[in-house]
Design a protein around this ligand. Structure first.
Ligand code: GLC
Length: 653
């Protein structure tokens, strides 16, 4: 059904610029249908008078990213969409693709990566998963919302090349999935709030990145309604009671034109039409139990085996399990999901997998209190063949950043105490972002980074720890040696401005270019299998188009998945460029003893940097190295290619 903007009075039209309430689109006094909006990236949080309906708690986006699996990102979206359909939610306020510029950011668990190519590629698959079920999405938060400190006010100050290459690129890639909406961010960008930043929204998002859908403000971020409308942020959420009078006065004062108002109202009407046109796709194809299984499957591929001195997989014997009482399955804030499923303890799940093992279980310990059973724990730990100790990262969530990236002292001491009495300690870390493990990692035999793995996390972990499934996750953000080693250190801005002085050198782009040691590099993750890379071939398909192909052989006797990564290095660049940049990847099941051939395509943008003076993407002629690796620092194959573009095509259109 088409809606005619001329069928509304001025008052009604202006009322369409802001929400009906916290979660519904406006309806012009009942003249229009309304849409239900709901968070979040890890499951539906439909708030009815501030009580969220229970739902399936899927793995957090940090886990989706660590899976490097586009198909699972799509499945994640499909699964959450079924919950949306069941709870009559029309649009899911997700996914967030803000770049993990600092491990301190409190919302890293609900973002994908430090790398825009990985973040954008997985976000695109997630959006397609949700929207193929007829449910809308909201790609967020545009842009440069990379920490929570003073997020409502502080200006993220960055140069244009950095913004284009790092902070806009994840959005640019994800926009190929045509999200129904984009959400503007709370913070300012170079001194102008994103929610009223005409250059950011109209020139960049709409003009350069080609987004023609509805832009929704972040909740409560609008300061002056007419400025938001003028910047082409179409829908002010949540309901803003000043909107009608403020915009009406601005019209009278000539601060905004009727055309600018109509443009926003028309995009709202188009969203309502899109919602109706997709209603037929809303068919639930999973039961709650199947959604739970999907959560388990995704979690299984998201765990990162950081270290393994042969102690994993556990096949049996006497196992001492020391579990934290709080099983972290997700983060707090708008991304929090009310669970309808009671996550089982790891000991319960492990007992199901290892039926003939003897598993000693202590009462779960509480994070910050020295357990009175510690002595008892150590006695049993000494007698065990293997000790599994679960630990939690510091609290992470919206509205605040972490102040440290280490574990709490109590937990570090617990690890060290247990390691003194048993040489075979496995530490399982539940956390949403990088952890500084220097104080204890040399004392333990294995470390599994579980991320925030959703309601099925321990069911999935048990299968991985006992070897039913080989771990296949890889880090989507670098684990630095310490927070002082990161490009941003402990800088948080002065509450008014934060300067992105590191430029494009974010994450591995910084560490690798500066040859800085790290705890675990971007793209790192071990397997129970052993893979050999060989037979690199690079086929030129066009002036700046190539197909990279290579073989991966599984040398072990177990089937396993491997994430291979393709990086590009501009050998003689006319501008300062990172030592390497991820421009392709593939996750492949490789059966025991088998070889698979992997193909990855590279195009103009795989080689280009943003030429700021010319405001165009540019490829410099000359040598480029193509690097194929099991991680950013485990390069297995490499070869140089030469690009020789005629001058007129060295610049993007
Ligand atoms: C929050 C978050 C945003 C969320 C919205 C609705 O403040 O920044 O991600 O979707 O408001 O809860």
């Amino acid at each position: 059904m088409k809606y005619d903007i001329n069928s509304f009075t001025l008052e009604e039209k202006l009322s369409l610029l802001t929400g009906k309430n916290s979660w519904q689109t406006p309806d012009a006094n009942g003249k229009l249908p309304t849409m239900w909006l709901a968070d979040g990236p890890h499951g539906v949080r439909k708030s009815i008078d501030e009580n969220a309906l229970p739902s399936t708690v899927m793995p957090c986006l940090v886990n989706i990213a660590n899976s490097w699996n586009k198909e699972l990102a799509y499945l994640d979206g499909q699964t959450i969409a079924d919950d949306c359909i069941e709870k009559e939610v029309d649009l899911l306020l997700a996914p967030g693709v803000n770049i993990k510029r600092t491990p301190l950011c409190g919302r890293n668990f609900e973002y994908f990566s430090e790398d825009p190519f990985l973040a954008g590629t997985l976000a695109k698959a997630y959006i397609e998963g949700v929207q193929d079920k007829g449910i809308g999405t909201s790609l967020k938060h545009f842009a440069l919302n990379n920490r929570e400190y003073e997020r409502l006010w502080q200006s993220s100050e960055a140069d244009e090349r950095t913004m284009r290459e790092i902070y806009f690129t994840a959005f640019e890639i994800a926009l190929k999935a045509k999200p129904w909406t984009v959400m503007s961010s709370y913070n300012a960008v170079n001194g102008v709030y994103a929610v009223e930043n005409k250059w950011l929204i109209k020139d960049v998002l709409r003009g350069d990145l080609g987004f023609d859908g509805l832009v929704v403000s972040d909740w409560g971020s609008c300061k002056v309604p007419y400025r938001t409308t003028k910047a082409s942020v179409d829908l002010i959420m949540s309901h803003n009671s000043d909107t009608v009078d403020n915009v009406k006065k601005a019209l009278k004062d000539g601060l905004i034109t009727m055309e600018e108002v109509d443009a926003c109202v028309n995009r709202l009407l188009e969203l309502l039409e899109k919602n109706q046109a997709n209603a037929h796709k809303r068919i639930i194809t999973t039961t709650p139990e199947q959604r739970h299984q999907n959560a388990v499957e995704i979690a299984k591929e998201s765990f990162v085996l950081l270290k393994n001195d042969g102690v994993l997989p556990i096949k049996g014997g006497k196992i001492k399990l020391i579990e934290n009482s709080d099983i972290l399955i997700g983060g707090t804030g708008s991304a929090k999901v009310t669970a309808e499923y009671q996550t089982q303890t790891l000991s319960n799940e492990l007992q199901k997998q290892l039926t003939d093992a003897t598993i000693f279980v202590s009462p779960p310990y509480f994070n910050e209190t020295i357990s009175h059973t510690l002595k008892h724990e150590l006695v049993l730990a000494r007698q065990a063949d293997t000790v599994i100790l679960t630990v939690n990262g510091r609290a992470e969530g919206e509205n605040y950043d972490r102040e440290e990236i280490t574990l709490s002292k109590v937990q570090e001491e617990r690890i060290l105490n247990v390691a003194k009495v048993n040489p075979n300690v496995v530490v399982v870390v539940y956390a949403g972002s990088a952890i500084d493990m220097r104080n204890w990692i040399d004392k333990v035999k294995a470390v599994v980074f579980a991320g925030l793995g959703g309601q099925g996390v321990n069911q999935a972990l048990a299968e991985v720890l006992c070897g039913k499934t080989s771990p296949s996750g890889k880090l989507s953000e670098t684990f630095p040696l310490s927070i002082e080693d990161t490009p941003t250190g402990r800088a948080i801005g002065n509450s008014m401005v934060e300067r992105y002085t590191e430029g494009v050198f974010v994450g591995y782009r910084y560490y690798d270019t500066n040859n800085k040691p790290v705890l675990f590099p971007f793209g790192h993750g071990l397997s129970y299998a052993k893979f050999e890379y060989s037979n690199l071939k690079i086929e030129k398909k066009g002036e700046a188009e190539f197909t990279v192909s290579y073989d991966i052989t599984n040398l072990s006797n177990i089937d396993a998945k491997e994430v291979s990564q393709v990086y590009v290095s501009d050998v003689f660049a006319n501008v300062s460029r990172p030592e390497k940049e991820l421009k392709g990847f593939s996750k492949d099941l490789i059966k025991a003893g088998q070889t698979v051939n992997v193909k990855v395509d590279l195009d103009f943008r795989s080689f280009a940097y943003y030429n700021q003076p010319l405001k165009r993407w540019q490829v410099d002629n000359g040598e480029f190295e193509i690097l194929v690796g099991a991680s950013s620092r485990d390069i297995r194959l490499k070869e140089s290619i030469f690009i020789d573009l005629p001058e007129k095509t060295q610049l993007s259109k």
